[in-house]
Structure formats: structure tokens, C-alpha cells
Design a binder for this molecule. Structure first.
Ligand SMILES: Nc1ncnc2c1ncn2[C@@H]1O[C@H](COP(=O)(O)OP(=O)(O)OP(=O)(O)O)[C@@H](O)[C@H]1O
Length: 283
């Protein structure tokens, strides 16, 4: 399932394959456990409206899992609970289990700042800070790590290379990030997310605001990044799910209808509703 457009540009050329030493070990997790995120009997509400019903799903480590389903079926809601983004929505509440390895994500004592270092998020619309390219990537490490200038520069370069945008920005690191194209901005946002050493990257329709060429570049990148990160991606684009995910979960009206290897979900789905959806009969 390697994307046909897998290009050299998606690969860090001379970058080290491991993150420069920053005192932040993203590999502390029980790496032998194939499950990275365990979701069990999870319900979520906005006020009295129940958006997710009794959902259970295991998200495997170092794979790309795509969440698909018609608008309003709860994909983003689940994604946003995984790094507790819904904490800022006053009406949002939930019940059940969400685990990242040993960490009980929903437990009131869970340190949300620490959780978000382990679980980075990339949004639909690229959202660089109104700062320079360098400062966008350096922002998280400056906040969380005490790095000498040289180490910080090395980490910024590593992150930009890993996000396959280094060659395009290396000569203008101190120019405003908002001057980049949409596709470059999205890769910059991915660099910003990986600079703090997450284990998981959540991507909420990361290509929906991009042109086809930038979309293919990001898809190639997503496929590459799964060697090091567990990726969960919401997408409305069936071709995208089949091009760059290993597993697919189909949601409908707040329920998980089926999940499995992407090829199976697309070519021999177990449920009629899945079949209808992946064939474009609704949604
Ligand atoms: N902040 C909110 N307050 C109230 N209801 C919400 C809120 N966010 C989402 N919802 C509702 O929860 C349900 C699930 O929404 P969610 O955004 O998770 O769906 P989705 O599958 O991601 O949709 P889309 O594909 O359109 O992004 C929808 O009915 C939506 O209207």
C-alpha cells in the first residue's frame, strides 16, 4: 500500500533517523505492546446530546489508522478526546476508557500538558503561529526543554527534515511562516508537532485545505512518519484513506460500525453500511 507518488521529497535526506537528544524520550512507552491506544466502552456527549456510543477500538502502534464516516458521525470528537482537546468545550463530557499505553487519558490527575507532548495534533487548516519558520518549530522545545542554542537549531532542522520541508525553507528560516504556501505551512505544522517528541500524531483532515500536489506530498509524509509515530487520521477522502492508511475504522451516527485492515474495509467490508459508504452510496 505504498503511495504511488512516494517521492524523494518526502524523505529526509541526510537527517538522522532518530531525534537529536533533547532529554525527552518519546520511546518510554512499552514498545513491545502492539496496541498504542486502547479505547473501551467510550461514550461522549455535548450537553445532553450523545455524540459517541459505547465505542471500543484498539489503535496499533506505528501504523496509520484512518477514521472515516459521514459528517457528524463523531470522528473528530473521538480524535479530540484522545489528547483532551475537548476539555476546553464546557458542554463536553465522556465516560469509558481511553488509554495511551499505561496512561489513563481521562483520569482527572492526568497531566494534560504532558499528554499533549505525547500526543501531537495537526488540524484541518494549517495554523502556523505568526512568527518565523524557525520560531514555529522552536516554540514547543523552548517551552518544554532546556536546550542550548546549537541543540535547539539541530532539533529544528531535524524536525523540518522529518516533515519533508527542510529543503524548501532552509534558506529562509527567519522569514514569516505565514509567507509559506498552504502545503508548506501544513508540513511546518507537522514539524512543529514532532519537535517535542510525541508518540502519536492526530490529524484531523490534514489535507482538506490543500491542493492536489500538496495533498500527495502530505500523504507521502504520513506514510513515512508511521515508521516512528502512531498516526490517527480523520479523512473524508476515500482514496486518501486507501492510499495512506494501514487500518480503517468506519463510524456512523456515533458508533463504530467496523474496523480492520484498510484493504479489507474497502474491498470486502463486513457490514452493508460500510460497503455503501466506501462505494459512495451515501455521505
Ligand atoms: N462543540 C460542540 N458542541 C455541540 N455539539 C457538537 C460540538 N462539536 C461537535 N458536535 C456534534 O457532535 C456530533 C459529532 O461531531 P464531530 O465533529 O465529531 O463529527 P465528525 O464525524 O468529525 O464530522 P465532520 O466529518 O463533519 O467533521 C455532531 O452532531 C456535531 O454537531
Amino acid at each position: 500500500m505504498l503511495p504511488t507518488s512516494m517521492t524523494e521529497s518526502a524523505q529526509p535526506r541526510s537527517a538522522p533517523t532518530t531525534q537529536p537528544s533533547t532529554g525527552l524520550d518519546s520511546s518510554v512507552a512499552s514498545m513491545n505492546d502492539p496496541t498504542c491506544i486502547e479505547i473501551a466502552h467510550f461514550d461522549a456527549w455535548y450537553g445532553a446530546f450523545q455524540a459517541i456510543h459505547d465505542l471500543s477500538l484498539s489503535i496499533p502502534r506505528n501504523q496509520v489508522t484512518a477514521f472515516i464516516g459521514p459528517s457528524g458521525c463523531g470522528k473528530s470528537t473521538l480524535l479530540r478526546w484522545i489528547n483532551r482537546m475537548n476539555d476546553i468545550v464546557p458542554s463536553a463530557h465522556s465516560k469509558g476508557t481511553l488509554r495511551l499505553d499505561e496512561l489513563d487519558i481521562l483520569h482527572p490527575s492526568t497531566d494534560v500538558v504532558h499528554l499533549r507532548r505525547r500526543v501531537g495534533m495537526v488540524f484541518q487548516k494549517p495554523n502556523p503561529f505568526p512568527k518565523t519558520i524557525f520560531e514555529n518549530v522552536a516554540f514547543g522545545p523552548r517551552l518544554h526543554m532546556k536546550l542550548r542554542r546549537g541543540d535547539l537549531e539541530e532539533l529544528v532542522e531535524w524536525s523540518l527534515r522529518k516533515a519533508a520541508v527542510w529543503d524548501e525553507v532552509k534558506d529562509r528560516l527567519h522569514a514569516p511562516a505565514l509567507g509559506l504556501s498552504g502545503g508548506q505551512q501544513q508540513r511546518l505544522c507537522i514539524a512543529r508537532a514532532i519537535a517535542v517528541g510525541p508518540e502519536v500524531l492526530l490529524m484531523d483532515e490534514p489535507c482538506s485545505a490543500l491542493d492536489p500536489a500538496s495533498t500527495l506530498a502530505i500523504e507521502d509524509l504520513i506514510y513515512e512518519l508511521r515508521e516512528q509515530y502512531t498516526i490517527v487520521m480523520v479523512t473524508h477522502n476515500m482514496q486518501q484513506a486507501s492510499r495512506c492508511s494501514d487500518r480503517t475504522a468506519f463510524f456512523f451516527e456515533g458508533q463504530l460500525i467496523e474496523s480492520g485492515p484498510t484493504d479489507d474495509v474497502f474491498t470486502k467490508p463486513q457490514q452493508k453500511r460500510t460497503d455503501d459508504y466506501v462505494r459512495g452510496r451515501f455521505g
